[in-house]
Design a protein around this ligand. Sequence first.
Ligand code: R5P
Length: 309
Amino acid sequence: MRIVPGSANPALAQAVANHLGVETDGCTLQRFPDGELRPQVENACGADVYIVQPTSPPVNEHLVELLLLVDACRRSRAGRVTAVVPYFGYARQDRRTAPGQALGSAVVADAIAAAGADRLVVVDPHTPELEAVCRIPAETLSAVPALAGALAGHLPDGTVVVAPDLGAVKLAERYAAVLHGPVAVVRKQRGAGSAVAALDVAGDVIGRTAVIVDDMITTGATIEAAVGLLRAGGAAHDIVVAATHGLFVHAAAGRLQDLGLRRVLVSDTVAVKNTGATIEIASVAPTIADAIACLHTDKPLRDPPIPAR
Ligand code: R5P
């Protein structure tokens, strides 16, 4: 077994390797003056290789590096190549919303397969249907047990789990199953660019502490809009936010800091930069390590420890 760290999140690759009790593999990345990348892997010949590379911002750069790494392993005659892509960029492009658009999630999944990956491992992809557009087997892991586990026991009775848009309802239900609370849903409208409006909320939030859950925080606009709506609707001022992927682009971290939230929790699928804001991290390294151990020995993946509803 070889764990090959891409440059997007070497700390996560190292943490995964530590959990597995193996070393990460040597991998160098040459950058040419014109921006071209040339990664080089060691010891891949005959090995069961796991390349750990979220396609987080800069998305296209990290994606091309991943494709080159997969190809490098294949050309080194690796026995099997698994692309571990904890954050799968382009997953939001899961359908065409206007004529003339591309289907980004399918294009990226195809590219990873075409580069020579035998399997794909992702964590909480934006679209659960990602697996359906992959022509190689895809395993979907979740950060919900790690994130909800870090919240459980630290919330007052009556806490409500809030989906900040309709797409997050299933995710909210999974948190609610662990936290044993009700679910409320915000109706969100996205305007031009990153403008977001929270229109109304379905569910009882009055006087309750809210845990807003989402698959990702990008600019922070979705969270900001939900927080404003919940407070205006009588929720307790004390609001907690949990999201799998902390992309924190533009001034997202400062934006959340200004909201006076009780806690902001993300996983380490994406390397969290020194944002200056107080962001807590719950690691998915044990979850990924556990999955790799099962894949390496051709055993079925263990179900995530989420109680059935
Ligand atoms: C959208 O459907 C996603 O689930 C997230 O809500 C969204 O990507 C978050 O982006 P932002 O932080 O820019 O509002």
